[in-house]
Design a protein around this ligand. Structure first.
Ligand code: BEZ
Ligand code: FE
Length: 611
């Protein structure tokens, strides 16, 4: 069980395209009427369209206190009653600095992916020294995300700012303050940023991609606001503070390397990040994403000299090797120095190449490739692999002429249905097939039309009329039709060792009109055998073992392809959650009830001629 603390910073969020137009309403909602607009000269054009009691467009990076003092003067001399920041992290920063000094409410309109609007943290600089404080009162009261304002954000800034946001989400996943709420935000943020940034670079004006990226940035900001920063961020700050490296770019360069360093200690977080990005290894996945986005790659490129590198490395115990790799711009080694399987996999695949049966060689080669990929991608441990082998061993040991646990395994994994769907992609006009199941016995007793398959067993009497035709409706005479089903309690005869001879299974032949009929009992739902390893798997995954009520048919006729299928009782239970994924809509048929309590079914099977 997990214990955690989670503090939400309440902010009202308005998200959409063109939402800046909602600003006057949001100002009024706060009971204010005289906003001070804080922005940068580069955003003057957008700012000009915003009604404000006063404006300050001298926002500067790192929130210098002198700039804040000037903005404060503007606020005071104009009698403003709320603050509106429009721009990136620096604009939001100035907004928070003024909140700290005036207590006025702040509405943030972020135009980058910095995420600072979601955090209670304010960093300021005075005489070159940086101070930070954290106070829930500094969080903006309202955040307006206007996707339309982000389309003009240049690709380069979008990328570095987006990777900065991703870094916050990555750090949140392995933070000691992590919790399930934040983990959810983090994974979603990484997923969105990972898929949106390449699209943003390709088409900066694509509103959908921009909305995805901005949502990712918002979620990453929530992560940052909830759990704060970690060792990666601290290293970035050292490089930014003492060597003047640009903040977002430094994040982009360092992130894959700090991830690689911490990967071994946080395998769970790395797996989730890799899955969110759709890659097999998280640090190299982030490196490759950054490369694809043409983000800066090395600290050298950002202006860190070799001497600077030596100094930071000396001052940051344990970070030397990773800083050097980042300085050079190398791709990090795959997590935990995990060996590359390419060669081994290649050898195994090649070992089959000489097989006289080329199909066998191809199937075994691909199986080996996929199994190697499976164990690598999932970091399967030795204990897990032993457990898997133990499971398969038990599955085999349980098999006997009357118990086919491997068929059950294939069925419950949906593989039997997959093979069935792929091999019997039928021509239109023929009856769909369905899985054979483990209870077919070859050579059932021949019986005449009208025979009672139940031979007096208890159950709801059933009369079945079957017609076999070709796809054009022409009768197929002399078709051999094997039928089998469970008894009223859901058991097949082979499951009941005390039972005398075969029951509820028979072989009939169609007459010259393609017809045959028999009597039996209504099939009922039943659990597939669940006392073995497959049953354990179902229980371990919260799945039920039931099959929807059905009759089995195997139909063979000269000049036609054999059809193995089932008829399901319409209205019966488990049609939507059959344990072996065997139900097909066209096989659900009416079994109407009659006055004497009996039921009947009439069905025409259309079988495919052999071509
Ligand atoms: C059956 O319908 O007989 C069946 C099919 C798959 C697994 C178990 C039973
Ligand atoms: Fe069955």
């Amino acid at each position: 069980m997990e214990s955690f603390e989670y503090t939400a910073h309440a902010a009202r969020v308005i998200f959409g395209a063109g939402t800046l137009s909602r600003l006057p309403d949001e100002v009024a909602r706060l009971g204010a009427a005289r906003p001070l607009l804080l922005t940068t000269p580069s955003r003057r054009a957008v700012a000009a369209g915003v009604r404000a009691a006063a404006r300050f467009d001298g926002v500067a990076a790192h929130t210098p206190v002198e700039v804040t003092a000037r903005a404060l003067e503007v606020a005071r001399s104009n009698g403003v009653d709320c603050l509106v920041s429009l721009g990136g992290g620096s604009s939001t920063g100035l907004g928070k600095a003024l909140v700290a000094r005036t207590g006025l409410p702040l509405i943030a309109v972020p135009t980058t992916y910095a995420g600072s609007e979601m955090t209670p943290v304010l960093g300021e600089t005075e005489n070159g020294a940086k101070t930070t404080r954290s106070d829930p009162a500094l969080v903006p009261r309202t955040v307006i995300y206007d996707v339309a304002l982000t389309t003009s954000l240049p690709a380069g800034v979008s990328v570095t700012s987006g990777l900065n946001a991703m870094a916050h989400a990555v750090e949140a996943l392995r933070s000691p303050r992590a919790n399930p709420v934040v983990d959810g935000f983090a994974v979603d943020a990484i997923t969105r940023l990972g898929r949106a940034l390449p699209r943003v670079v390709e088409r900066p004006e694509d509103l959908d991609a921009r909305a995805d990226a901005l949502t990712g940035a918002w979620l990453a900001g929530m992560c940052l606001g909830a759990v704060g920063t970690g060792p990666h961020h601290k290293l970035c700050h050292v490089l930014g503070g003492s060597y003047g490296l640009p903040h977002a770019e430094t994040h982009a360069v360092l992130l894959p390397h700090t991830m690689a360093q911490h990967a071994a200690a946080a395998p769970g977080a790395m797996r989730r990040i890799a899955a969110a990005l759709g890659v097999s290894d998280a640090p190299t996945g982030v490196f490759d994403l950054a490369a694809r986005l043409a983000a800066p790659r090395s600290l050298a490129e950002l202006g860190l000299t070799e001497q600077g590198l030596a100094e930071v490395a000396g001052a940051q115990p344990g970070a030397g090797p990773l800083l050097r790799e980042a300085w050079l711009g190398n791709r990090p080694a795959v997590t935990g120095g995990r060996p590359d399987l390419t060669r081994l996999t290649g050898e195994v695949v090649a070992s089959f190449a000489g097989a006289p049966d080329k199909r066998l060689a191809a199937l075994l080669g691909d199986l080996a490739r996929r199994l190697h990929g499976f164990v690598a991608d999932n970091d399967v441990t030795e204990a897990e692999w032993q457990a898997a082998i133990g499971f398969l061993t038990e599955t085999g040991q349980l098999c006997s002429p009357t118990r086919q646990e491997f068929v059950l395994l294939s069925d419950t994994l949906g593989v039997s249905s997959a093979v069935d769907l792929l091999t019997h992609s039928r021509s239109p006009g023929t009856t769909p097939s369905a899985v054979l199941g483990p209870f077919y016995v070859d050579g059932p007793p021949d019986v005449p039309h009208g025979a009672d398959l139940a031979e007096g067993l208890p159950g709801v009497p059933l009369r079945a009329e079957v017609t076999v035709t070709d796809p054009d409706g022409r009768p197929v005479p002399d078709a051999v039709v094997d039928v089998w089903q469970s008894n009223q309690d859901g058991f097949y005869d082979v499951q009941l060792p005390d039972l005398e001879g075969p029951v509820l299974r028979a072989r009939l032949r169609s007459d010259e009109h393609g017809r045959l009929w028999f009597r039996s009992i209504l099939p009922s739902e039943y659990p597939i055998p669940a006392d073995g390893p497959v049953g354990r798997m179902l229980r371990a995954t919260g799945r039920h073992p039931y099959r929807a009520p059905h009759l089995h048919f195997m139909i063979s006729a000269p000049g036609h392809r054999r059809l193995i299928t089932q008829l399901f009782v319409a209205g019966g239970p488990y049609l939507g959650s059959d344990a072996v994924f065997g139900v097909k809509d066209e096989l659900i048929v009416d079994f109407p009830a009659h006055e004497d309590g009996s039921r009947s079914v009439a069905f025409t099977f259309r079988i495919e001629p052999d071509h």
